[in-house]
Design a binder for this molecule. Sequence first.
Ligand SMILES: Cc1cc2nc3c(=O)[nH]c(=O)nc-3n(C[C@H](O)[C@H](O)[C@H](O)COP(=O)(O)OP(=O)(O)OC[C@H]3O[C@@H](n4cnc5c(N)ncnc54)[C@H](O)[C@@H]3O)c2cc1C
Length: 395
Amino acid sequence: MKIGIIGAGLAGLTCAWYLKKNDIHDITIFESSGEVGGKLKTAQLNGFLLDRGFQVLLPAYPETKKVLDYKKLDLQAFSKGSLIFKGNKKIPFYDPENGLSALIQTVIFGPGSLVDKLLLLKLKLTLSNTHVERIFENKNRISSMAYLQAYGFSGRMIQDFWVPFYQGVFLENTLETDSSMLLFTFKMFAESGAAVPKNGMMAIPQQLVDYIGKDKIRFNSKVLHYNQSAICTDEGKEEKFDKVIVACNLKEDTTYHAVTNSYFETDKLPINTKHIILNANRNRTINNVVLLSNVAPNYAQNGKHLISVSANGIHPEPTEFINDLIGLFGQEVKQWKLVQTYLIKESLPKINYEISYSAAAQDGVFYCGDHLIQGSINGAMESGRRTAEEILKAV
Ligand SMILES: Cc1cc2nc3c(=O)[nH]c(=O)nc-3n(C[C@H](O)[C@H](O)[C@H](O)COP(=O)(O)OP(=O)(O)OC[C@H]3O[C@@H](n4cnc5c(N)ncnc54)[C@H](O)[C@@H]3O)c2cc1C
C-alpha cells in the first residue's frame, strides 16, 4: 500500500510512525519547509537552544506516553506548581508533592482563600479519578472562565492564579477556551508536571523521524493540490497513492491565537527557581517568565543563562517587555541581552468543540492535525494515531 502524507509536523509524523509499526513501509511525507516538526522547532543560536515559542511536554499526556522514549529525550523537569509575582509579593503556589515546606508555604502564603485551596484540592482529586476520555466526552460546552466561576473559585484566586497560568497555556487572555482543555491540562500538570527534552523540543519530532526514516520525507516540497489518490507539488509533479493524508491545515479555515516569545541572555539569574514564573500584575503585557537554562542547562552554554519571556498577541518591540520585566525583577533587567524574538501569528488553533473530530476519510481523503481536535502535542499525536488506525482498518 502506497501512502502519501502532507506535512511533517507531529500529526503527520505520528501517523507515519504507527503505519510503519504496522508494517506499512511505502510512505512518502511531503514537507513544504526544510525541517521536520512544524510548530515544534528548536533553533541553535550563539550556544543557545531556542524553541520556536516556549513550549513544554506534559509527560502524563496519554499519546506521547505511547510513542516517545522519554529516557532518550532526557526530560528536564520544571518544579511542579508556579511562582506568582504580584506587586512586590512573590506568592508561592507549590505542589504538596514538593514536600512539607511547599505545602505549608502554599497554604499560608499561596493565592486565594482557604476555601479556594480546598476547592483546588477537590478539583485535583476529582480529576485524578477521572479518565481523560470522560473529560472530553462531556458535552456541556462552557468556557474555562465560566467553569472556574461556577466551580466557586473567588475572583481573587481566578485573577491571581488561574488567569495568569492559563493565559500561558491557552495563549489567549480571557480563558474562553473550552473547559475540557482546562480540566485535561490541569490533570496532566498535576500528574506529571512539565518538562523539556535536554536538547530542545525539536527532539520530539526528531525521535519520530529516527524511527520512520529521514528518506521517507520529501523536504521543500509544497503540496498545491491533492485528491484521494494523487498529490501534486510545486515541482509540478503529480504522484499516485492508495491513500492520501492531509496532516496540515490546507483549507486554512481555522483561526489561531498569536503569541510573542523573546529570549534573553544573562550572566546572573534574577532568582533561583525551576518554577514557571507567572506575572499577576494588572495591566501586564508579559504572561510568564521561565529561567529555561536553570531547568535544562543544555539550553545555554559558556556560563550564560537563557530566560524565556512570553506574551499573548504580537509585540514586535522588545522594549514593550522591559517595563514589565523591571517591575518583576528590578533594574538588573537592563543588563539582560535580547537573543531572539519569535512573533508567532499561528500558535494554538481556536477549536470548535461542538464538532467532534473524526479520523475517517472525507471524500476519500484522510485529515489530521491539531487544528481538528485539540491544540497540543497530545492532540496532534492523537489525530495522527487515529488516522493511521482508520487506514489500517481499510487494509
Ligand atoms: C508557541 C506555541 C506554544 C505551544 N505550546 C505548547 C505546549 O506547551 N504544550 C503542548 O502540548 N502544545 C503546545 N503547542 C501546540 C503544539 O506545538 C502543536 O499542537 C503541534 O505541534 C501541532 O502539530 P501538527 O502536526 O498538527 O501541525 P504543524 O506543526 O503545523 O505541522 C504541519 C506541517 O505541515 C507542513 N505544511 C503546511 N502546508 C504544507 C503544504 N502545502 N505542503 C507540504 N507541507 C505543508 C508545515 O510546514 C508543517 O511542518 C504550542 C504551539 C505553539 C505554536
